[in-house]
Design a protein around this ligand. Structure first.
Ligand SMILES: Cc1cc2nc3c(=O)[nH]c(=O)nc-3n(C[C@H](O)[C@H](O)[C@H](O)COP(=O)(O)OP(=O)(O)OC[C@H]3O[C@@H](n4cnc5c(N)ncnc54)[C@H](O)[C@@H]3O)c2cc1C
Length: 437
């Protein structure tokens, strides 16, 4: 068996794992003491390249229930803006309109205004508009009221993650691509032995589990996160034809019909490269990589068996959830149903004009013992290991601040010897302190 020794091993080469590797290798005296393992032959093959590409302004996040997401997203804008200008990558501050389609939606907009201000947005950045004011900025949009937020941007997170890869390689950390972590055992005294499908053994003093849709399995393999389970939801997109590109300047989101569940209704999306798309919906699937029916079928039986003894079984008796699932399934089976959901506020769209699907991505949401969706991300620490679960939207927006926070914890735990001056664009501890503030 081949051996690699390191101080910190990171499992998962998505935007979060790569951001953590970026900060750790930039602060380490010996960057080769940091290793990142990724099961695919390339980084960012899953949700980090399969998302809506928004740098989300934090007005949708209740500061009491989604504290970590809200804080990370609030800082994410500034950090990605600086990173993209450093790397000369697109960062398009194009703004977003959150529309209400009825009176109940207006009540929700007032809540969003409160949350946005509590999460650090200014009154200039967040404005409540009546329908006449909306008509002046977006004449093709139909609604009764809306929030216009100017501090929202469109980017390509897959490209950002490749940018981080270049930095990490230049700092000198180890990257093991095509290495799926299959077994983790502890030698005691905090030394982990990690075995991959390639027969490699990595010994590490500290382990960071940021394996996205697989992070729950890895945590539970190590005896962490018992009592939790996860459910996977595929988000599908349709690409809009060029004749719709001038329909709006802004991305348009609508107040979700079921705000207590962890996903929004499909939106009208302006992409960083100027394309327009509709999506995503949220179809329950059996595994984190069930992009197609074959993979979904393979994952079906094990997931059903698992659900029979976890909180997930309770959710199947929740009528509202079942009604939501039925709408989502219909919008997967029928393109017309999907486009009609966005036509409620952009009536000019014709389903027949949409001929190409976009790239689907899968969100893995955590459910607790009582059968409730966990609202915030979960960061669980145990015996020199740290596990990030439920890392869904706005996870990409908040990846750099989250990574700085995790790096600062590892530095404080004295796992790594640090150099006098960090090679990253920011000092991790400074960003972590701002997250706590
Ligand atoms: C449809 C959709 C739309 C979204 N829209 C937005 C948005 O507009 N804005 C926003 O901020 N966020 C958005 N998100 C959320 C955001 O994309 C995620 O929060 C973020 O990408 C998560 O990054 P990650 O690194 O944790 O996970 P991932 O990108 O999934 O990376 C995890 C990595 O771990 C690897 N891995 C798994 N198991 C193993 C193993 N055993 N061994 C080795 N490697 C392993 C995987 O191959 C993968 O590369 C969206 C997500 C989806 C799915």
């Amino acid at each position: 068996m081949l051996h690699v020794d390191c101080k910190v091993a990171i499992i998962g080469g998505g935007v979060l794992g790569m951001s953590i590797a970026y900060f750790l290798s930039a602060h380490a005296k010996s960057p080769e003491s940091v290793a990142l393992l990724e099961q695919e032959n390339n980084i960012a093959q899953h949700s980090s390249s399969r998302n809506t590409g928004k740098v989300h302004a934090p007005f949708l996040y209740d500061p009491t229930k989604k504290k970590t997401f809200a804080k990370a997203a609030a800082l994410g804008y500034e950090l990605w803006q600086k990173y993209s200008s450093h790397k000369r990558m697109p960062f398009r501050r194009d703004g977003v309109l959150e529309v209400a389609l009825n009176d109940e939606g207006i009540d929700r907009l007032y809540k969003y205004m409160e949350w946005g201000i509590a999460n650090g947005l200014t009154k200039n950045e967040l404005q409540l508009l009546d329908k006449n004011e909306v008509a002046k900025i977006e004449p093709n949009v139909r609604c009764v009221s809306a929030i216009y937020c100017s501090k929202d941007a469109s980017v390509n997170y897959g490209a950002f993650t490749i940018g981080l890869l270049e930095d990490i390689q230049s700092f000198g950390s180890k990257l093991l691509l095509g290495h799926k972590v299959e077994r983790i055992s502890s030698y005691g005294q905090g030394v982990y032995s990690i075995t991959t499908n390639q027969g490699k053994e990595i010994k590490a003093e500290y382990l960071v589990n940021v394996a996205g849709g697989n992070s729950m399995d890895i945590a539970q393999m190590m005896g962490v996160a018992q009592g939790y389970t996860d459910m996977h939801f595929r988000g599908e997109y349709w690409q809009a034809p060029p004749e719709y590109h001038n329909l709006t300047k802004l991305s348009i989101y609508s107040v979700p019909k079921h705000p207590e569940y962890p996903f929004l209704d499909p939106h009208w999306i302006v992409r960083a490269d100027d394309r327009r798309e509709v999506g995503p919906n949220a179809i329950p699937v059996f595994g984190p990589y069930a992009y197609g029916w074959r993979r979904n079928l393979i994952d079906m039986l094990p997931k059903i068996m698992e659900s029979s003894h976890t909180g997930a079984r309770k959710i199947f008796f929740d009528r509202q959830f079942l009604s939501l699932v039925s709408t989502e399934l219909k919008s997967s089976l029928s393109k017309t149903m999907m486009i009609n959901r966005v036509r409620e506020f952009l009536p000019q769209l014709k389903p027949s004009a949409f001929t190409q699907r976009g790239t689907a991505g899968i969100r893995s949401s955590v459910i607790d013992k009582t059968g409730r969706f966990v609202p915030d991300t979960l960061i669980l620490e145990r015996d020199s290991s740290l596990h990030v679960l439920n890392y869904n939207s706005p996870g990409a927006t908040g990846a750099l601040p989250m990574a700085a926070n995790i790096t600062s914890k590892i530095i404080r735990a004295d796992v790594l010897q640090t150099s006098d001056k960090a090679r990253s664009l920011w000092d991790a501890t400074e960003i972590a302190d701002r997250m706590k503030a």
